[in-house]
Design a protein. Structure first.
Length: 256
């Protein structure tokens, strides 16, 4: 679900998504009162993580949606929706009484996805243009689930992004992150680093599963306590290469 400009050659794009050589955005200066991440940020290189046919052969979307407990009637956001692999499958999963908001920050990708939604007559799907540091979700506690699939490592200001996303979640809503267990510069996020960055903004890890079908793992977070003041948030400083196991205190189950 990693997004990109269409001009970049497809073979190079998919190689980077598979953890090959990748362009890395240097550490950024802090945006306003929010801290900058103390680790590299991967550059957006492709609108897809893999082909839809290959992903369906592995039963990826079905397994992720099942472990995320996504059901009929839910309202779900697909952040970094790209070409819409999850968007169209979420639309079928939540049904006519549910809603899906598909977001991307690249206008061309957003437009192409909007055309697909219209072509497939997905009446329960809306498409939105987000910002790099703000998913632009409504602040009305309306979302049961927010999906972030193979894109978290590309967020240049993760603390601001997570902070602005919090008001969109229902009290029992969850953020679902799917990523690879490797350094961020190689298009992944070590699980302990992910847990630390979410915790810094007031989220707690409620589930962790190895997900071979999705190329890594799936982590589930809920909000806890009040949203912190931006100036009180402290960046995580962790040695990425040291973490190969799931965060302490979580239950791990294998999807296959």
């Amino acid at each position: 679900m990693i997004r990109s400009r269409a001009a970049i050659a497809g073979a190079l794009l998919l190689a980077a998504c598979d953890g090959g050589p990748a362009t890395v955005t240097p550490r950024h200066e802090a945006a306003g009162p929010f801290p900058a991440p103390d680790r590299p940020v991967a550059t957006i290189v492709s609108p897809r993580w893999s082909t839809e046919e290959a992903r369906d052969r592995l039963n990826e979307a079905s397994e992720v949606m099942g472990k995320a407990h996504i059901a009929k009637g839910m309202t779900v956001a697909d952040i970094g929706a790209g070409e819409g692999y999850y968007t169209v499958r979420l639309a079928a999963r939540v049904g006519k009484d549910g809603r899906v908001l598909a977001e991307d920050i690249v206008p061309e990708v957003r437009d192409a996805l909007a055309e697909r939604v219209q072509r497939d007559q997905l009446e329960n799907v809306s498409v939105k243009l987000g910002l790099p540091a703000d998913p632009m979700l409504p602040d009305n506690q309306s979302f049961d689930r927010v999906l972030m699939v193979h894109m978290y490592h590309e967020i240049a200001q993760p603390y601001e992004f997570l902070w602005r996303m919090r008001p969109s979640l229902k009290p029992d809503g969850e953020v679902i992150v799917v990523d690879a267990n490797r350094p961020t510069q190689n298009h992944g996020t070590p699980p302990e680093l992910l847990r630390c960055e979410f915790a810094a903004v007031g989220y707690t890890l409620v589930g962790f599963d190895e997900m071979p079908s999705a190329g890594g793992y799936m982590a589930r977070f809920r909000t806890v306590g009040p949203r912190p003041e931006p100036a009180t948030i402290r960046a995580c400083r962790l040695a990425q290469a040291a973490t190969t196991a799931p965060p302490a205190g979580t239950t791990t189950s294998h999807s296959r």
